[in-house]
Design a protein around this ligand. Structure first.
Ligand code: BGC
Length: 813
């Protein structure tokens, strides 16, 4: 294999990924902030900040898909004689004597050295604060006195990230700022309906500033050579309209060996309506002053940083494994869990592939993200479930997305994705199993956020199941609606008009026969969960009613959903088979193999084993399993968006990492540990990191949504990193099915499925008020627990009964 260039490496001890070359094949980013105030930051300090909602409350401006790539961010310009440089290399791109970016758990540290000066910036959002701290440390490592000129830079976004990019006839006249001491305030539209403003502060007196972009950068200059920096002199510009920015100017003298800290703070404030102004036209700055006072010294900032680190220590101590395989341990103990938090926070809204404008929180996406996150902070998961369920309609259908700021369903996309309701069961059951908190089912939750429409959450689950049953097609399989999990399988769309959205267009649905085997499998899996829940609640009749529906679905799949070697994918509008050996292209799809094997439909008849074998035979390649095979080579009008993609990309035979774990779980349930592991390792970032840094392109420490498949121009190239259901599914798969530690209503079920080569391993698992140290002795078995002891006592069955306190568990396979 060709040796690929490496741009960095893992530092497990610090839970960091260390980037040693700024010119990564794509910006490698990190997320700052855990609740409310968030930032995206690349390895060259590009990116932006927002409050809650990347669309409606964007604080700083960012230019997506620009030239050069990754343009806009928090930039420090250091002018040392005639040399101007940035600690993160960009935007000046002055060659550095040393560069390093350490992405850690909710923080990033960028360090650059040039001509005997070191500049190290620690970026993070303190817990519970609406602000990004940028602690810059300048150190003179030379033998001479250094007289440096330091310019900071942030560019304000005019709040609504969408109109900020298009409504220039207005925007160029609305921008307003105020300057007070070392703080620059951004208050565009504050005079009218907004009650929020932002500020950029530094904890030292400044010798000048700029707030007007044109003055600072120069109309025909660039971020790489701002006029003011080149001249070495601020202009003290006061922005009126055009594009407001914030730049501090500080003169710094450093003796040999001397080091100085500067705490920059990017903050966001909301004022009560009647307390907006302190004088006509002057914003009330009380809250800003208070926030600044909390973070205006190195000591306070270091304390806040220590608290953030403790917070992550605690979160990552809930599930911790020691297998002796570093690559596995670092993903399970650090990066996979970290990515789960990020996907929980952002769903699919803001990344370097998601502009923060197009999509809010997805109904199905957020429910899946919950499964990766619920063990971390169950109370936040609880609230999320209620927020999601509040966007449901009385018939069980639901909005496909909602906005995080307003929590209202997104009308642009609407509903009609018939898999959506089932996911609510998936998310809620995971929450109850983790916490034992059945009271969530009694919460009163509205429909479409309408006050007065509230019913219990349990009722929402019931109508979710009913929505499937009430929408069955001619084969008694679920009607697909606009699409199922695969947003691009639009079987009622029929579009020849490029101006139509595949997702929202349903040109014909009357008389449709379009049915989904993916939803059928999903219904059986979540239905079994629902039935078990009903039994637990003593709702025997409801359990029986649903069991009948599940049995009928299983029969329908066996009868109409089996193609001989694998499960069909769907029936189209006309009732023709999709994903069948009879088709010219795309004969087999992964989604129905995943869900129907997870549902174990036809296991006794050999269907599950055959389906899993077919995945290996037809879908698997070097980089994972493709979504369908062979790829579509032409646009098929009656299939919608799926065939609009070139071969091997995205939903047309890309490796959609999200759905690989479905098959892996199918393998685990079937007890095929070797196969489960080999599929898993193929898409495990730490394995990819070792082999394919250049080819893979995107961040090597997290999963991406898609890796180009075997039919692609460039197989193995990754795209859409960070915000993908892959995170939660990888977590669910490895923690519960491979390592086999599965929360259940009454305790923890132990049921690993491992490769034969697995050695003994230990999992420390905090669960409710208990802490278990579980050691597994696989003894070469792939599956099958022989004996479990809990604190030395033999346990009956495979569930360790829950009881508070510390426990030691030994498992022999
Ligand atoms: C969406 C998911 C969808 C998947 C497959 C993702 O971009 O966020 O909701 O299931 O694509 O189409």
């Amino acid at each position: 294999m060709e040796q690929q260039k490496r741009y960095g490496h893992f530092d497990d001890q610090h839970r960091e990924y260390v980037i040693t070359d700024p010119q990564t094949p794509w910006p490698w980013i990190n997320y700052l902030g855990n609740e409310d105030f968030f930032s995206l930051i690349s390895n060259t300090a590009g990116g932006y900040s927002f409050y809650k909602d990347a669309k409606f409350r964007r604080i700083t401006r960012y230019r997506y898909n620009n030239v050069p790539m990754d343009n806009g961010g928090r930039y420090f310009y250091i002018k040392d004689g005639d040399t101007v440089w940035n600690p993160g290399w960009k935007p000046c791109k002055t060659p550095l004597d040393f560069y390093e970016c350490r992405h850690g758990m909710s923080y990033t540290r960028v360090t650059g050295r040039k001509n005997g000066v070191e500049a190290s910036v620690l970026f993070f959002v303190p817990l519970k604060k609406w602000a990004e701290v940028q602690k810059l440390t300048l150190t003179n490592q030379s033998n001479e006195v250094k007289n440096l000129k330091l310019f900071s830079f942030e560019e304000w976004c005019l709040w609504n990230a969408a109109t900020d990019m298009e409504n220039f006839q207005r925007n160029f006249s609305t921008g307003e700022v105020e300057i007070e001491g070392s703080t620059i305030y951004h208050k565009t539209e504050y005079r009218e309906r907004r009650n929020h403003y932002a500020f950029y502060h530094v904890n030292t007196p400044i010798q000048g500033f700029d707030t007007d972009r044109e003055t600072f950068v120069g109309l025909y200059n660039e971020f790489a050579d701002p006029q003011v920096v080149i001249e070495g002199k601020p202009r003290n510009s006061h922005a009126h309209g055009w594009s407001p920015i914030a730049s501090h100017y500080i003169e710094v003298t450093l003796q040999p060996g001397e080091s100085k800290d500067f705490v920059f703070l990017l903050g966001y404030i909301e004022n009560e309506q009647d307390k907006k102004f302190s004088a006509p036209q002057v914003i009330n700055k009380d809250k800003a002053h208070a926030l600044i006072a909390e973070l205006d010294t190195t000591q306070k900032v270091d304390q806040a940083f220590a608290e953030l680190c403790q917070y992550w220590d605690a979160l990552l101590n809930i599930y911790n494994v020691r297998t002796g395989n570093d690559k596995l341990d670092r993903m399970v103990n650090i990066w996979n869990q970290y990515q789960c938090m990020v996907t929980f926070n952002f769903s699919r809204s803001a990344s370097f592939f998601e502009s923060g404008i197009g999509r809010g929180m997805g109904f199905r996406d957020s429910n899946q993200d919950l499964v990766g996150f619920v063990h971390q902070i169950p109370s936040r998961a609880r609230q999320r479930i209620i927020d999601i369920a509040s966007t449901q309609f009385p018939d069980g259908g639901c909005y496909h997305q909602y906005q995080p700021l307003t929590k209202r369903g997104n009308n642009d996309i609407g509903g009609g994705f018939n898999d959506d309701p089932c996911w609510l069961i998936f998310g809620t059951v995971a929450y109850i199993k983790e916490t034992g908190d059945f009271s969530i089912l009694d919460e009163m939750v509205p429909f479409d956020n309408q006050p007065g429409s509230e019913v219990t959450l349990f009722e929402h689950l019931k109508i979710s199941m009913d929505h499937v049953i009430n929408n069955l097609g001619p084969h008694m399989l679920p009607l697909i609606g606009r699409a199922d999990w695969n947003d691009c399988l639009n079987l009622n769309c029929f579009s020849w008009d490029p101006n139509e959205s595949f997702q929202t267009t349903e040109n014909v649905s009357e008389g449709t026969k379009a049915e989904s085997l993916m939803i059928a499998g999903l219904f059986v899996v979540t239905g079994k969960d629902y039935v078990a829940l009903c039994q637990k609640l003593g709702k025997t009749q409801e359990a029986e009613r649903m069991q009948k529906a599940i049995d009928a679905m299983i029969e329908a799949v066996k009868k109409h959903g089996w193609d001989g070697e694998w499960y069909l994918r769907a029936y189209d509008f006309y009732g023709n088979k999709i994903g069948s050996n009879e088709c010219d292209e795309a004969k087999i799809f992964i989604e129905s193999q995943g869900w129907c094997t997870m549902a174990e439909i036809g296991a006794q008849e050999g269907m599950v084993a055959k389906s899993l074998d077919s995945c290996k035979k037809y879908l698997e390649c070097e980089h994972g399993m493709v979504l369908n095979n062979p790829a579509f080579t032409k646009y098929i009008y009656e299939y919608g968006e799926i065939s609009s993609y070139p071969e091997g990309y995205k939903e047309n035979a890309g490796i959609f990492c999200h759905n690989n774990p479905w098959v892996i779980i199918g393998e685990c349930l079937a007890g095929r540990g070797n196969d489960a592991w080999s599929h898993y390792a193929k898409i495990l970032p730490s394995y990819v990191e070792e082999k394919y840094q250049t080819l893979h392109k995107v961040e090597p420490y997290v999963n991406c949504q898609m890796v180009a498949g075997k039919d692609a121009f460039k197989p193995g190239e990754g795209k859409n990193s960070w915000l993908t259901g892959t995170a939660a599914w990888m977590w669910y798969t490895v923690s519960e099915f491979i390592l086999g530690i599965k929360p259940d209503y009454d305790g923890i079920r132990i049921d690993p499925c491992l490769p034969e080569t697995a050695s003994d391993y230990t999992v420390n698992r905090k669960f409710r008020d208990a802490e278990y140290e579980i050691t597994i002795h696989p003894n070469g078995a792939q599956k099958g627990v022989k004996a479990i002891t809990l604190d030395g006592q033999l346990v009956d069955g495979t569930v360790i009964p829950y009881s508070a306190g510390k426990h030691v568990v030994e498992v022999t396979m």
